[in-house]
Design a protein around this ligand. Structure first.
Ligand SMILES: NC(=O)c1ccc[n+]([C@@H]2O[C@H](COP(=O)([O-])OP(=O)(O)OC[C@H]3O[C@@H](n4cnc5c(N)ncnc54)[C@H](OP(=O)(O)O)[C@@H]3O)[C@@H](O)[C@H]2O)c1
Length: 264
């Protein structure tokens, strides 16, 4: 797939960070967009910016932790678009909390958004892709989906689950014209650490040094779009922090030493 002009692309987590940058960059390519997240006001602002470049951009505010509402959201979007060419599962919430201090309800909340919400939406859109015999499904995971990281036990678990689900789904779809791309960003300079949830579910509200020094969301979006066009199965995006994926795989003893030393 070389051109994204007129492709119908649904982006979750489009109100901020990587999703916002993807929306603007895809609008610039002439894609037809559906933007989702909880914050309707922010989505409205981004919709307005996108409409400078593309003729079609609608918003569908939704809360991925409420899987029971996903059917209605999909019906509402399909009524307006007829189908979906590309689903970008980008919405997610991070964590800054020790496992032993975190009540299980908070763990479930992270899993609901990052895993069950994402999976529910994907399962509801898949039949439309199968019917039209084409589609691209993108899962924005994390390098924390490749190895464990302190203060992010359930976030890391949710991203490992995302990796497992979408890798397995890709294998199940091997005879269909539906491609699955798993994106694993490292440190991207967004509000993710500010929005990360703590032991009582409140936001962490601190910009981590790692995030502040990370790759820009615009550059990350550009790399994701290139991966979509090339129908890549996997892509790691970031700076030197992505080396940790290879260290974990090939030099595990070094990983075990380093991971306890990394500061946020
Ligand atoms: N930034 C990084 O360094 C980094 C690294 C690895 C992976 N990632 C992944 O990249 C993705 C995007 O994150 P980001 O860095 O752009 O962070 P961000 O700026 O905090 O954006 C997160 C997006 O997810 C949406 N979201 C959160 N909870 C939601 C819910 N319950 N229902 C629907 N939407 C929800 C947020 O919108 P609302 O608040 O309006 O709902 C927002 O649009 C996430 O999956 C994250 O795990 C980021």
């Amino acid at each position: 797939m070389k051109k994204l002009k007129n492709k119908i692309i649904w982006i979750t987590g489009a109100s901020s960070g990587i999703g916002q940058a993807l929306a603007i960059a895809l609008a610039y390519e002439g894609a037809h967009l559906i933007l989702s997240a909880r914050n309707e006001a922010k989505l409205g602002i981004i919709q307005k910016a996108c409409r400078r470049y593309t003729s079609f951009c609608i918003i569908e505010p939704l809360d991925l932790s409420k899987s029971e509402n996903i059917d209605d959201h999909v019906d509402n979007v399909i009524k307006q678009t007829g189908s979906i060419d590309i689903l970008i599962n980008n919405a997610g919430v991070s964590q800054r909390a020790l496992a032993m201090e975190t009540p299980i309800e908070i763990d479930r909340r992270i899993m609901e958004v990052n895993f069950f919400g994402t999976v529910s939406l994907t399962k509801r859109i898949l039949p439309y892709m199968l019917k039209q015999n084409s589609g691209n499904i993108i899962a924005v995971s994390s390098i924390s989906g490749k190895f464990g990281f302190p203060l992010r036990t359930t976030y890391s678990a949710s991203k490992h689950a995302v990796q497992g689900f979408f890798e397995s789904l890709r294998a199940e779809l091997k005879n269909e014209n539906i491609k699955v791309t798993i994106v694993s960003p490292g440190r991207i300079k967004t509000n993710i650490s500010l929005n990360a949830i703590t032991t009582d579910g409140s936001p962490y509200n601190i910009m981590d040094a790692g995030q502040a020094g990370g790759m820009s969301p615009e550059k990350c979006a550009k790399k994701i779009i290139s991966a979509i066009k090339k129908q890549r199965k996997e892509v790691l995006i970031g700076n030197k922090e992505i080396l940790m994926v290879y260290i974990r795989r090939w030099l595990p003893a070094l990983y075990h030493r380093l991971v306890t030393k990394v500061k946020n």
